[in-house]
Write a protein that binds this ligand. Structure first.
Ligand SMILES: C[S@@+](CC[C@H](N)C(=O)[O-])C[C@H]1O[C@@H](n2cnc3c(N)ncnc32)[C@H](O)[C@@H]1O
Ligand SMILES: [Zn+2]
Length: 159
């Protein structure tokens, strides 16, 4: 029985959806890819920003290029309020249910992008109540929220 299926997503183009209920802590899918060193990725112009979104850092040495056909996990979109998390288990990247997930829910995880990684390139359309508007990892979203708060205050002052 398939555990997930691909479908058009309200977040972005394709998304991956649960084909069954998942319990919190259950392994959902492995993120597969071709292995490269960080240096190889930095030096290779094929990994420009449009492709960088499929790169997954495994450890200090290795990055996975998830564009390969067999990597169904590449269809999982980012959410600021995700239902999955990422864990490295025995050298493999696993997407794990962070909470109980119901059949037909869209699967999502926090892409973990840093605030400094030119966040404006990656606007977020996850639609969650706590979305900060950009694909930036949980512990750095306060920087964006602070920025917006300042802009809002400045606008109110001017009126
Ligand atoms: C790993 S893929 C995810 C699958 C993608 N939706 C597709 O159809 O191939 C990453 C791509 O999805 C987009 N994406 C993922 N999460 C997003 C989000 N929360 N908001 C906007 N775009 C998102 C990214 O901009 C990037 O182009
Ligand atoms: Zn969001």
């Amino acid at each position: 029985m398939p555990k997930y299926y691909r479908k058009k997503s309200g977040i972005n183009n394709w998304g991956l959806f649960a084909a069954k209920n998942f319990q919190k802590g259950e392994r959902v899918i492995e993120y597969k890819g071709k292995k490269y060193t960080h240096k190889e990725v930095e030096d290779d112009e094929r990994f420009d920003n449009s492709k960088a979104i499929y790169l997954f850092t495994l450890n200090k040495k290795t990055v996975l290029d998830g564009t390969i056909k067999s990597n169904t996990a590449k269809y999982i979109n980012h959410s600021c309020d995700p239902n999955c998390e990422v864990d490295i288990i025995k050298g493999k990247i696993w997407i794990i249910a962070e909470k109980d997930i119901k059949k037909n829910d869209e699967l999502s995880y926090d892409y973990g992008f840093g605030y400094d990684e030119d966040y404006k390139q990656f606007p977020c359309k996850c639609g969650s109540k706590i979305c900060c508007g950009y694909i930036v990892r949980d512990d750095q979203r306060w920087r964006i929220n602070r920025k917006f708060a300042k802009t809002k205050k400045a606008r109110i002052k001017r009126v």
